[in-house]
Design a protein around this ligand. Structure first.
Ligand code: AHR
Length: 497
């Protein structure tokens, strides 16, 4: 099989917003307690944060981390998580039916994010609460002092404001599972009024309105149209969430699911532009894909978890090799929509549907999906280029005309580097790819990293990294022509400089 592509430095999609490599930490399962925070651990710092976890997060170079939820935020009282730890209440947490000890809250998380080199993307509770709690929280986090809540922060030992810039107006408010679910009309109104109040406190913030919880929701995409009609002038982004799984063990169809993601992005973009026209607006609405990943392996074991425990092992998906390929392909999808997708959060970061796992009182280790995420985050900064690709295609159970080769390219003008990301979705055959890169005159091949494995179901554990990349790929560059024999079911990173 053969495929070809032309890559030209003038075929620009848009500058990649680094925040598409964001992630997410929710007060859920062992993400916070036993994940980023474990005071008794031998590698914990003076604040109880695990240094081994911070090291792995740093390897991923995560620019922004969404917090504190997720479904959790819809029943969260932020005041419970600030001030002297011994006075913080233990609460029933309704989203995941656990006990929340509130040992970690907004200030501790801000400290942790700083150590990890990440910005915080804060969410406010629009489930059980509303305008009042949101304006108080932003006064607490973003005002320098001289008011009740900013002085309260100072009295808690935080002299300087956190200045959180990006804020989510609630979470998945269309979902029946959400505490305080709303209709699009109800949500549109409360989101708009909350946005106004928050901006009056701090006009420099950016706001994300909740889109649908997924393209499969019965109210999609009417939800987006209604919510945006209410909020178009007040918000900067609309959110998208999606999780895929291979429940039917049909890898060809599973790897094709980025077709669905692509369509989801196109439909939300079209809906944003429809409201833009309807409102005669000059403003362009951007997309925040603030939850995305594979999530299905842990569904059954989660049913067995007893309610009202503290930090139980919830949503601990154990990822295999094919999951890493799909994650790579999802990252490629974002890059190809770099003109509209400005933020994205891999959900989540530690233990809960996560690239990083920890043992309680033990080791931290990398899941298979760690690698494509790291490669994209580290090498995918610059301008997203449009590869003019011609690839053989296949049909799967749900999708037609799926290109076997999925690709995106990022040109870093400052560093004079270009990186091609390629997935081969063919289950049996390698593909001869010939790429015309003549516009990158004088460049040579730096490396060809490959993630491959004969077993699609291979997994990593704390003891063994069965799935990990090597940089002995076979790419050859000669006279502006790049020749690659792209191994079957593989993730490839080809770097030229
Ligand atoms: O990421 C796990 C959960 O998935 C989030 O809490 C929620 O927003 C989504 O349904």
């Amino acid at each position: 099989l053969k495929a070809s592509l032309v890559l030209d430095k003038n075929y620009k999609i848009a500058k990649v917003d680094d925040r598409i490599y964001g992630s997410f930490i929710e007060h859920l399962g062992r993400a916070v307690y036993g994940g980023i925070y474990e005071p008794g651990h031998e590698l914990a710092d003076e604040h109880g944060f695990r240094k081994d976890v911070i090291d792995l997060v740093s390897e991923l170079q995560v620019p922004i981390i969404r917090y504190p939820g997720g479904n959790f935020v819809s029943n969260y009282r932020w005041e419970d998580g600030v001030g002297p730890k011994e006075q913080r209440p233990r609460r029933t947490e309704l989203a995941w039916r656990t006990i929340e000890t509130n040992e970690v809250g907004t200030n501790e998380f801000a400290d942790w994010a700083k150590k990890a080199g990440s910005e915080v993307m804060m969410a406010v509770n629009l489930g059980t609460r509303g305008i009042e709690a949101a304006r108080n929280l932003i006064e607490y986090t973003n005002l320098p002092g001289g008011t009740y809540y900013s002085d309260l922060r100072k009295s808690h030992g935080y002299e300087q404001p956190h200045n959180f810039k990006t804020w989510c107006l609630g979470n998945e408010m269309d979902g029946p599972w959400q505490v305080g679910q709303k209709t699009a009309e109800e949500y549109g109104r409360i989101a708009r009024e909350t946005a106004k109040a928050m901006r009056l406190v701090d006009p420099t913030i950016e706001l994300v309105a909740c889109g649908s919880s997924g393209a499969g929701m019965p109210t999609f995409p009417e939800w987006e149209a209604t919510v945006l009609d209410h909020t178009y002038n007040e918000v900067d982004y609309i959110s998208l969430h999606t999780y895929y799984g291979n429940q039917e063990n049909d890898p060809a169809n599973y790897l094709a699911k980025t077709m669905d993601m692509d369509n989801f992005i196109k439909t939300v973009t079209a809906t944003c532009d429809y409201i833009k026209s309807k409102q005669r607006s000059k403003k362009t609405m951007y997309l925040s894909f603030d939850e995305w990943n594979v999530w299905y392996h842990s569904n059954e074991s989660d049913k067995k978890i007893e309610p009202w425990s503290i930090a139980p092992p919830q949503l601990e998906d154990h990822y295999n090799f094919e999951d890493a390929l799909l994650v790579g392909s999802m990252l490629i999808t974002f890059l190809r929509h770099a003109d509209r997708v400005k933020m994205a959060c891999l959900a989540q970061l530690v233990n809960v549907i996560a690239p990083i796992m920890t043992e309680n009182n033990g080791r931290a280790w990398k899941q298979t999906i760690f690698y494509p995420y790291m490669h994209a985050s580290v090498f995918g900064r610059g301008v997203s280029l449009q590869p003019m690709l011609s690839s053989p295609k296949y049909d799967s159970k749900e999708f037609t005309d799926v290109p076997y080769i999925d690709s995106a390219a990022v040109y870093n003008e400052e560093k004079e580097e270009v990186t091609l990301f390629i997935v081969n979705k063919h289950l049996e055959d390698s593909i001869e790819l010939s790429a015309d890169v003549r516009s990158f005159e004088g460049y040579s091949l730096v490396e060809h990293i490959v993630l491959e494995n004969d077993d699609l179901k291979a997994v990593n554990t704390a003891d063994k990294q069965a799935v990990q990349p090597h940089n002995n790929g076979n790419a050859k560059l000669d006279n502006g022509k790049l020749e690659i024999n792209v191994a079957k079911t593989s993730w490839n990173v080809i770097r030229l400089k």
